[in-house]
Write a new protein. Structure first.
Length: 277
């Protein structure tokens, strides 16, 4: 059975992501797996941690997980759901879960972007985007779930990406019954059109019946934001490329501007083959 995995640290931002993922899973008849991970340093101030600290933290987290599950079941009475509390690093635990339970259809994480935070996209979420084998949906802290109707795929003709990642965006659009809008902005040439994309790329995208859009604009990330806002996009899909296209869009120097304009979930399509070894 397909499932959606949501990671939470029980913060308001991550709990909102859990609600978002739960609504999506419920709507599409998927199982919801909620994962909370915790770790400790081996030593703190040259003193060994108390032997009971891990057990106590585990019990407290399990209690909070049970309370969170109760809230979700109140909203989605018959949702198929499982909560997991694990000691360990989040990325490693997600990969272990994928090996034992099968690859999740989607991983959902909270995306906090306050204007005074200049590194929000370069911590756990960034690690997940680059190191996991499944696509990641980054949900803003104020996002409320509604079935997405239009997805913008910010694509670069020069960017290489795995067939699995490109197929993923087609599958997402087909399952969610959304319009796919492929958007390309370039600042170094004055004329761009669909011929910039390879025939293989266009053939792979064809089942989603995409609409292609092009814009000549020097600040590429601003062009993407303007397009999403002006055309009421529900999600933005991006594919981290060989030359760090992800960082080129979400460079920390632009965080304040992004925080003000990017208030839709970001679907990060992993460029590696999504098969879990």
């Amino acid at each position: 059975m397909s499932y959606i995995l949501v990671a939470t640290d029980f913060s308001p931002v991550s709990e909102n992501a859990v609600k978002y993922g739960a609504a999506l899973a419920y709507e599409k008849g998927m199982e919801l797996l909620i994962l909370h991970c915790f770790t400790f340093p081996v030593m703190v101030n040259d003193l060994a941690l108390p032997a009971t600290l891990i057990d106590d933290t585990q019990k407290d987290a399990e209690k909070r997980m049970s309370e969170l599950e109760g809230k979700l079941r109140h909203t989605h009475v018959d949702i198929s759901m499982q909560g997991i509390v694990a000691y360990g690093e989040l990325i490693d635990t997600i990969e272990k879960t994928a090996k034992s339970s099968g690859k999740p259809w989607l991983i959902v994480m909270g995306n906090s972007n306050p204007a005074d935070n200049t590194s929000w996209f370069f911590s756990t979420l960034n690690d997940a985007a680059h190191n996991l084998h499944s696509s990641v949906l980054a949900v803003p802290e104020n996002a409320t779930y509604k079935g997405p109707k239009k997805i913008c795929f910010a694509a670069d003709p020069k960017q290489s990406g795995s067939e699995a990642s490109l197929q993923k965006i087609v599958d997402v659009c087909n399952l969610l019954e959304t319009e796919l809008h492929i958007f390309n902005a370039q600042g170094d040439i004055a004329y761009i059109d669909i011929r910039e994309f390879s025939e293989d790329f266009k053939d792979m995208m064809a089942p989603a019946k995409p609409h292609y859009h092009f814009r000549h604009q020097t600040i590429v990330n601003q062009a993407i934001h303007d397009f999403c806002k002006d055309n009421a996009m529900d999600w933005l899909a991006i594919l981290p490329g060989e030359y760090s296209f992800l960082e080129s869009i979400f460079h920390k120097s632009h965080t304040k501007a992004l925080a003000e304009t990017m208030n839709i979930p970001i679907l990060i399509l992993h460029e590696k083959d999504e098969h879990v070894d």
